[in-house]
Design a protein around this ligand. Structure first.
Ligand code: F6R
Length: 607
């Protein structure tokens, strides 16, 4: 949520680095943006509503600076207007901020009594005034930052420039991520690696309650007692191309096309010589008799798919909870419960809070995470990385796929250790993995079919996704994907539940996307589809090759999409692909901003 970039160096014009960095971070928030830079020994601030290109058009091309900080915003306090955009400046201090200061109103009242006046509605301006207040009091910059940090409740990362020290950028963080990137006679701060990859792949992770002071030839990192730390310089393994579109029109389309490789990379991390290694190289789950899966959004939907698989094949109860609910409610767990936190970013505030809650109660935790070194990855007892690579499009696709794959592998592993799956069956299931990437590729190549479905729905105001069991979990993800990028309202319904009220919304021409892949209950779902068809619905049926043979001559659907067969443990990795691409093609027909849908951001570091 929000992106921070900062540059100090003699080699480049800071303004170019800031704008390029903000563009690379735009996926984190994009309702307004701004930069602050040093010009003739003064801090100059330029801000704008909307996307980075609006900000860019306001910048005088003749400006040249050696130091600056920039920010792209996803509004939390105060609407997305120029006045509320960052950087904020109070007294001698200019800052950019990622996160949320929960007690800002109380701090604002206290600072107003000290004579501070505020022009924006933001918590960030209050944080800026607080730092200025403590700087005036202590005359020491690090002490001022520490005092301000201890007064602020919430999550934050800051980039700061003090008026009387125009050669250095200061940084500090609590719960929002921040890296310090290491260049040659130049250094950077950033919320995420893509912002600096054009210049360097070397970076230091700033940890909670650490402070950094950087200039063009030095980086100093301090702990909370102001001891200098000798922190490891990490190397980002991915190439710049990974974070680029590679010729695709949108990141979302590129990332769906990455899925075959992501599936391969995700399971191959456990394999040394053959697929059987997956059974020995995944974390040992033998101790647990219950799993709590906790996540948000699509990661939660992946958890629902996982529940179906783990309960069916490992015979272990699974409780799937939204992290924002889990963190405030009574939880029934004990030392045989494993709490599994699923998060692409590893920074989602609610999921992180749920992890901490489980840890406080001494419940074992496992993170299923994409971003290496992210907060959840570092704090969980065990981590499985999903190997999805950088995911830039706000709507997740490839990371969701890899999350589901890990959960399917957990089902097989737990099934084998608890003897609910024979070793022979497990190996047969695993052998199927080799076919999945190719099958996903084939599904992606049927793009014309998804375009046809998109044609039938893109002018609709609402539609329904129907399914039972695992197909219901997939419906929920298909519906979310469509809603978030096309802005068409849709609802996912457990097929048998519709007649308990919602079927009254079905009328002539209502679009229904029905998913039928589960051979145990296909006939039940088909009866429900017939009920909506009888009331005039326009039905797109998504079904497997085998089930299609059964229903080939039926007339309860208007068009069909046929999914290649897989064993039941991996079928869902195939079924979701058309749903992702239907959402994509629909949003495209409507001309929406596919990679950066309104009101959203890639990493949700506020609760
Ligand atoms: C939807 C989407 C979100 C995320 C959710 C959790 O396409 O991407 O619903 O799945 O915000 O994010 P992570 O996985 O980073 O915790």
């Amino acid at each position: 949520m929000c992106g921070i970039i900062g540059y100090v160096g003699k080699n480049k014009n800071a303004l170019h680095v800031l704008i390029a960095g903000l563009k690379a971070l735009e996926y984190r928030g994009y309702d307004s943006a701004g930069i602050a830079f040093v010009n003739d020994n003064n801090i100059e601030i330029i801000k704008s509503e909307g996307k980075i290109k609006n900000l860019e058009s306001k910048i005088d091309k003749n400006y040249n600076s050696n130091i600056g900080i920039g920010h792209t915003r996803w509004a939390t306090h105060g609407c997305p207007e120029t006045i509320n955009s960052h950087p904020h400046r109070v007294g001698n201090v200019t800052i950019v901020h990622n996160g949320i200061i929960e007690n800002y109103e109380q701090l604002k009242n206290e600072l107003e009594k000290e004579g501070y006046k505020f022009i924006s509605e933001t918590d960030t301006e209050v944080a800026c005034a607080l730092i200025d207040f403590f700087y005036k009091e202590t005359k020491n910059k690090l002490s001022a930052l520490k005092k301000a940090s201890s007064k602020m409740k919430g999550s934050f990362a800051f980039g700061i420039i003090f008026d009387d020290d125009l050669d250095n950028i200061y940084a500090m963080r609590k719960d929002s991520p921040l890296i310090i990137a290491v260049g040659d006679k130049e250094n950077f701060i950033a919320s995420d690696v893509p912002a600096i990859l054009e210049y360097t792949n070397k970076y230091i992770l700033l940890d909670k309650n650490e402070y950094a002071v950087i200039n063009d030839n030095e980086i100093k990192i301090y702990d909370d007692n102001f001891n200098i730390l000798n922190k490891e310089i990490l190397t980002y393994g991915g190439t710049k191309e990974v974070a680029m579109k590679n010729g695709y029109e949108h990141f979302m389309l590129k990332e769906i096309n990455d899925e075959p490789k992501v599936i391969l990379d995700t399971y191959m991390q456990f394999v040394q010589s053959n697929l059987k290694d997956i059974l020995s190289n995944m974390p040992d789950l033998s101790k647990y008799d219950k799993f709590d899966i906790v996540a948000c959004g699509s990661a939660y939907h992946a958890g629902l798919v996982g529940k179906n698989l783990i309960e069916e094949y490992a015979n272990v109860p699974v409780n799937v909870e939204l992290a924002s609910e889990y963190r405030y409610k009574k939880n029934f767990n004990n030392n045989k419960t494993l709490t599994i936190l699923i998060s692409q970013s590893g920074e989602t505030a609610d999921t992180l809070a749920a992890l901490r809650k489980a840890k406080e109660k001494n419940i074992d935790t496992l993170g299923i995470i994409n971003v290496v070194g992210s907060s959840i990855a570092r704090e969980a007892d065990k981590v499985i990385y999903i190997k999805a690579g950088a995911e830039i499009s706000v709507a997740t696709t490839k990371a969701y796929q890899a999350q589901v794959l890990i959960l399917a592998l957990i089902a097989i592993n737990k099934g084998v250790v608890d003897c609910s799956i024979s070793l022979e069956d497990a190996i047969n299931y695993l052998n199927e993995l080799e076919e999945i990437p190719k099958k996903i590729e084939n599904l992606i190549s049927n793009i014309e079919e998804y375009k046809m479905v998109a044609q039938t729905i893109y002018k609709k105001e609402h539609l329904f996704f129907l399914g039972r069991g695992i197909d219901y979990a997939l419906s929920m993800e298909g519906s979310l994907k469509l809603k978030e990028i096309s802005y068409i309202h849709s609802e996912a319904y457990a097929a048998g539940e519709l007649k308990h009220g919602t079927i009254s919304l079905i009328e002539e021409g209502t679009s229904v996307i029905a998913i039928v892949t589960d051979e145990k209950i296909d006939e039940k779902t088909v009866s429900n589809i017939k009920e909506v068809k009888a009331r005039g619905a326009d039905v797109t049926l998504i079904t497997t090759e085998k089930l299609y043979k059964k229903y080939e001559n039926s007339n309860f659907y208007d068009r069909k999409i046929i999914i290649p067969m897989s064993n039941v443990l991996f079928q869902e990795l195939l079924t979701i692909v058309p749903l992702q691409l239907i959402a994509y093609e629909t949003a495209k027909l409507r001309g929406e901003s596919i990679d950066q849908p309104r009101n959203l951001a890639k990493s949700v570091t506020v609760e």
